[in-house]
Design a protein around this ligand. Structure first.
Ligand SMILES: [Zn+2]
Length: 210
């Protein structure tokens, strides 16, 4: 039996996961959440695969290294762990949150792989890190879905280098990734982006065709 992972961070992560469930952004076992424990060498705590996000506990969080190997806790890391690692390495994120909300699922159909979704003119954009005006234009890149995130991680890292100012990205018909320097910053970003996606989605109404 391995030692439990960083207890305070694991407890905070479990709380953020339950919040995302309660808001309808991570129903069932969907979504996954991580936070950086140390930078050199890179260590992350991340939700185990297949756990119910509404009942998430610190015991369902494992600590992994930069290759996704489990160092502490019991369970298998999420299948998307390689994306969390890529985002922590490329964007310097301290925490990464991934939701499967209704609105991110719908709006991610806006473009094929390589396209994106523009969000502009909304006051709530000012809740994003470093954004001071509603005139900001947020570009969320959209990438194609896959079941092999280990193979896709370098492509995601390349996209993050191409769009260093972005606060998140969408996976087509799948969900949203966002991050922050800290877990509380990442939580603010997910709240803001999910709000904006819902506002845009509702505005389009039911007549919109992808
Ligand atoms: Zn996912």
């Amino acid at each position: 039996l391995r030692a439990p992972p960083a207890p305070r961070l694991a407890a905070q992560l479990a709380e953020v996961g339950r919040l995302c469930y309660s808001r309808g952004w991570a129903f069932g076992t969907s979504g996954n959440f991580s936070a950086v424990v140390s930078r050199e060498p890179l260590r992350l705590v991340i939700t185990s695969s297949g756990v119910d996000k509404g009942l998430l506990t610190p015991a369902q969080i494992v600590e992994i290294d930069e290759r996704g190997r489990v160092l502490a806790g019991s369970g298998k890391p999420s299948a998307e762990a390689s994306l969390h690692i890529a985002i922590a390495q490329t964007g310097g994120a301290g925490a990464v949150l991934h939701t499967h909300s209704i609105w991110s699922t719908i709006l991610s159909e806006d473009a094929k792989d390589g396209g994106g979704l523009a969000i502009e003119g909304y006051e709530m954009l000012k809740g994003l890190n470093g954004v001071a005006t509603h005139e900001h234009r947020e570009w969320l890149p959209i990438i194609e879905n896959t079941q092999d995130w280990v193979a896709a991680a370098p492509r995601v890292a390349g996209m993050l280098r191409e769009f260093p100012a972005t606060h998140g990205f969408l996976i087509r018909r799948h969900g949203l990734y966002t991050w922050g320097a800290t877990l509380s910053e990442a939580q603010r970003q997910v709240e803001i982006l999910e709000f904006l996606l819902e506002a845009m989605g509702r505005k389009r109404g039911t007549t919109w065709q992808p």
